[in-house]
Design a protein around this ligand. Structure first.
Ligand code: PLP
Length: 576
């Protein structure tokens, strides 16, 4: 196959920090897009032979298992999993000081193995140790659980503890510390202490520059309220007076708050948003910083369903080692695309039957909507005009819809959204079958993205920083019907790779207008193409792969980080 097994750059020189990592279906330490992206980044790094080490927290209670009653009321239970069974405990320990106490940290390693054999180790930090106080032992139990105080303590473990763990594992020559969102920004404080050789001192401008040379920051949140911040008195309590003084003297606090985004911006050499539009919005939010864009991508080998993997292997076997070859999918016979898709669709409908008892019809146009049940994603937009939906089903052709998605346990708005979707499902059920599957995770995401006929996304502009599930769909030949926000501004070619909902990415969202556009497109374009112009529909499926596949993948994304953010020259050997 390739030389990729030798394409290593030696010991790790990039440390990738993320509050959540979704690297394996058996490790439930992610909640959504951010963690999946982290996992895909680490997998693509391993494939490309990039010398990365990953750092995250363990979460013994997992994210959570979702239960929905017949009205769509969500309840949660912890995920039972045993880190011991899937991870390897490492010997060296690390420690941090929290509220004056020493908190001991153990690391668990997971090896991400690239297709050429290169290994990217990921360390999951764990404070559940007998030496720690009872409360400190719970610090790595819950992802996004607890209050502001719990969260800040977790961020000390991730940022400061992560640097300590790197050092005890012998990683001393890290060229770039990559902060995947601001949660890990306290790693800059650990670096300040290393450069100044003490706690409580202020770094010189030269030392700050030196730290910046070693830090990279990716922001993911276009909504100001989404940025992590802590009152300084809480920071004083958790970090101690001296460390907060250091942050103040470094001029990286905003007034009376410790703002993690601001801290990361202050001390990074390279900063980026996760799509072209998101970079622009981030520049508007933080005008004093040069903020670039690197659009997200998904790990092709992980998100392409079996039947399509076989198809690509037959026509473009190079796709696996070099995703650019997906461009040549344009030459794959339409009939074979149809076969591969019906196989993926059958697998999904089997899964739906298994999980819900509902028998969906493989001949019927199937829409998919699966993502975190966050209010800005407006899962109910598609079900906002049931009369129109019924009329479309009666007059143009039948349709059916598959939903999935978890609301954060404390997000009452998100939970109410799920209940509204359930109400609409009950009301429309006789004419438009809709199922809402419980417990959306990587495995289900893989099935749904690859098995539906159209992927629907309805974020409130401009709040979708990137979105990645539509990319997974595209790589499986599934066109999107989506609001022009995030990645879709770049991936959308009307009538070629899918359709837009509304027609301008520059305008703010108007839910009524977008709902009307969504229904009109279904009525006049999407369903008629599917039912009366099947060849045109297959051509769109193929274009979705050939046009969007070569770009919206994690190999391209990681190569861009290597070139633009890490300042590495990728040897062409690594890519062939
Ligand atoms: C891909 C994926 C996401 C992210 O999808 P978005 O389009 O960004 O919402 C979230 N959760 C799971 C389980 C996924 O597979």
């Amino acid at each position: 196959m390739s030389d990729a097994s030798t394409a290593s750059f030696g010991p790790a020189t990039i440390a990738y920090f993320s509050m959540e990592v979704g690297v394996d279906a058996g490790i439930p330490t992610y909640s959504g897009g951010l963690g999946i992206l982290a996992g895909d980044t680490l997998r693509a790094s391993a494939d490309l032979g990039i010398p990365v080490v990953g750092m995250t927290l363990l979460y013994r209670k997992g994210y959570f298992r979702q239960h929905l009653d017949e009205h769509g009321n969500q309840s949660e239970s912890p995920v039972e999993w045993s880190p011991e069974e899937v991870l390897e405990s490492v010997e060296p320990r690390a420690r941090v000081t929290i509220e004056g106490r020493t908190v001991h940290i153990r690391g668990w390693r997971y090896n991400v193995r690239g297709f050429g054999g290169h290994i990217v180790p990921v360390y999951f930090l764990d404070t559940s140790l007998a030496e720690n106080s009872e409360w400190d032992r719970t610090l790595t139990d819950h992802l996004y659980g607890g209050d502001n105080h719990y969260r800040l303590c977790q961020e000390v473990v991730l940022g400061i503890g992560g640097i300590a763990m790197l050092r005890s594992m012998g990683h001393k020559e890290i060229q770039s510390h990559h902060m995947n969102e601001g949660h890990s920004a306290l790693l800059t404080l650990a670096l300040i202490e290393e450069y100044t050789h003490k706690t409580g001192a202020a770094p010189t401008e030269a030392q700050k520059d030196e730290i910046r040379r070693h830090c990279v920051f990716t922001t993911h949140t276009p909504v100001p309220a989404g940025h992590d911040q802590f009152p300084l008195d809480l920071a004083r309590r958790v970090l101690g007076e001296e460390r907060v003084d250091t942050l103040l003297l470094t001029e990286c606090c905003m007034g009376e708050t410790l703002n993690m985004t601001y801290l990361a911006l202050c001390l990074s050499r390279y900063v980026n948003g996760v799509a072209m539009r998101h970079g622009q919005i981030s520049r508007d939010m933080f005008p004093s910083y040069p903020i670039n864009s690197i659009t997200n991508g998904v790990h092709a080998g992980s998100w392409i369903a079996e039947p399509f993997q076989r198809l690509y292997d037959k026509y473009i076997p190079e796709w696996h080692t070099d995703n650019l070859y997906l461009r040549y999918a344009i030459g794959i016979p339409l009939d074979e695309i149809r076969h591969a898709h019906s196989e993926a669709k059958r697998a999904l409908l089997d899964e739906v039957r298994l999980r819900s008892g509902v028998e969906l019809d493989p001949q019927v146009m199937t829409l998919g909507f699966a993502r975190r049940a966050s209010t800005y994603k407006r899962a109910d937009l598609l079900l906002s005009d049931l009369d129109h939906l019924r009329r479309i089903a009666r007059q143009v052709g039948p349709l059916q819809i598959i939903y999935a998605g978890k609301a954060h346990p404390r997000d009452e708005g998100g939970k109410a959204l799920i209940r509204r979707v359930f109400e609409a499902i009950a009301a429309v059920r006789d004419e438009v079958p809709v199922v809402y599957l419980e417990d959306y995770d990587m495995v289900l995401g893989h099935r749904i993205c690859s098995g539906v006929d159209i992927w629907v996304n309805t974020p409130h502009k401009p709040q979708e920083a990137s979105g990645t599930s539509g990319m997974k769909a595209a790589l499986n030949g599934v066109p999107s019907l989506s609001v022009l926000d995030g990645w879709w501004i770049e991936g959308h070619l009307e009538g070629v790779t899918g359709w837009s909902i509304g027609d301008s990415w520059q305008l703010a969202s108007d839910s009524a207008a977008e709902a009307a556009s969504l229904h009109r497109k279904l009525e006049y374009l999407v369903l008629p193409t599917f039912y009366t112009r099947p060849v045109a529909f297959l051509e769109m499926m193929r274009s979705a792969i050939a046009i969007n596949g070569p770009f919206f993948n994690a190999q391209r994304m990681v190569s861009q980080y290597a070139k633009n953010a890490y300042g590495m020259a990728i040897q062409s050997r690594a890519l062939t």
